[in-house]
Design a protein around this ligand. Structure first.
Ligand SMILES: [Cu+2]
Length: 425
């Protein structure tokens, strides 16, 4: 029979079932030929093996910790206190490239080190890092370190904490990697346009002791950067911005660039006086100037730079536990739903939750990160996708977009149904 699943009925549920839930879970799965205790004696043994706090839909506690263990290190902050020796050095640049998001379609993006998303940066909590950021475009940029407790002048907000990084210039960011957790970095200049033209990446700060690792013992660690693109407008948007920047650079070279041209004022009073004197701020409708748009017409949705069917599957084995880190680098809300499993949310915005939460759909607003742990107890091919199904499309065609799969390695040997590549259901 082709119905044979690999080792069906002998799933290793140890650690997944709770003593208190055993009767219910046993009754629930008995009719499905899945794993049930063979009798009272075995039930008692399994109950003893099961973790006291583990139950489906229930709670799970972290290992015993001293009071206040979840509080993060106090940052040193000032880069002047950075060590001269042993500081980690990272080079990042930004350039314009063409990026293929689905087979046969590519578009222009602003890419950190020529990659979409930018390279994943992995740091150890408390270590000092120096990031040399070089601008290889004719636009202006900065880098914001999202969720990092650093000195404000390293925070990458143009005209608030620094001047934007000019074409061909290099800016040095120096900070201590605090606090631990799944975080992100992104451009903060012309943010609606630049961040959503791929200037985003995962920033993972590893703690010295990780309660998630200690409690769940996961073996693989995946990062999924969620992205949304408005490719019909991107070429026009980029060209318009390049044109505007060229004008500014020419004016600057000629010594003609004043506050009003730049629309940057030293003080609020200076702005008010300029308006009083008849200056038109750029947001007036009668200026009729095309600007980067905060609300765009998104038509492609990606995970780690690729839309389905180019998305990479998440691999797992029966009995294995894996960690998945979500980083929402786009401008939309996403609701990632995994079929056939309850997973544990263990962290949000990089910070470990007071207790893990068992769910099957995780919602992330723009800039949010979340860490989940998946226990491999149900072999198969399992769809994992944004449940806002308008984002499971490529340029309006379903299926596509923000869709990947949890794949059990055992399925290689399975002679039943295997997934096809569908592009137009
Ligand atoms: Cu930028």
């Amino acid at each position: 029979m082709s119905e044979e699943k690999p080792e069906a009925g002998v799933y290793d549920r140890r650690g997944f079932l709770h003593a208190g839930a055993l009767g219910f879970a046993g009754a629930m799965v008995a009719g499905n030929g899945l794993d049930v205790p063979k009798g009272p004696a075995e039930a008692v043994t399994r109950a003893a093996e099961a973790k006291a706090t583990d139950t489906r839909g229930g709670v799970r506690a972290w290992p015993d910790r001293p009071e206040g263990w979840w509080r993060h290190q106090t940052p040193v902050l000032s880069p002047t206190q950075a060590p001269v020796q042993g500081i980690r050095e990272i080079e990042l640049d930004v350039r314009i490239i063409r990026h293929e998001i689905v087979p046969g379609y590519s578009f222009h993006v602003l890419a950190f080190n020529g990659q979409v998303p930018g390279p994943e940066l992995r740091l150890n909590e408390g270590e000092w890092v120096k990031v040399y950021f070089t601008n290889r475009t004719e636009l202006l940029h900065t880098i914001h370190w999202h969720g990092v407790d650093l000195q404000y002048e390293q925070d990458g907000v143009p005209y608030t904490t620094q001047h934007p990084v000019m074409p061909n210039a290099t800016f040095e960011y120096t900070f201590q990697a605090i606090p631990a957790g799944t975080r992100l970095y992104h451009c903060h200049f012309g943010t609606p346009l630049h961040m959503q033209h791929a200037m985003h990446g995962a920033l993972i700060i590893e703690p010295e002791r990780d309660p998630i690792k200690e409690e769940f013992g996961y073996t693989r660690d995946y990062t999924l950067v969620l992205e949304s693109f408005a490719t019909n407008d991107s070429r026009d948007d980029l060209n318009f911005m390049l044109e505007r920047m060229k004008q500014r650079l020419w004016l600057m070279k000629e010594g003609l660039l004043d506050d009003e041209t730049l629309a940057v004022f030293e003080t609020k009073q200076a702005l008010l006086e300029a308006i009083e004197a008849g200056w038109d701020p750029p947001y007036l409708p009668n200026r009729n100037q095309k600007r980067e748009r905060a609300a765009q017409d998104y038509n492609f949705f990606a995970i780690n730079g690729k839309a389905y069917p180019l998305t990479e599957p998440i691999m797992i084995r029966r009995g294995e536990t894996i960690r998945v880190r979500f980083v929402n680098g786009g401008g939309l809300m996403h609701h990632m739903h995994l079929h056939g499993h309850q997973f544990w949310q263990v962290a949000e915005d990089g910070n470990v939750l007071r207790s893990p939460l068992q769910i099957n759909t995780i919602s992330l607003g723009p800039g949010k990160t979340a860490d989940i742990v998946i226990e491999g107890y149900n072999p198969g091919y399992w769809t994992f996708h944004d449940h806002d199904t308008s984002r499971v499309t490529n340029n309006g065609m379903y299926p596509g977009g923000m869709l990947t799969m949890l794949v059990y390695e055992e399925m290689d040997d399975y002679d039943g149904y295997h997934p096809k590549i569908a592009l137009d259901e």
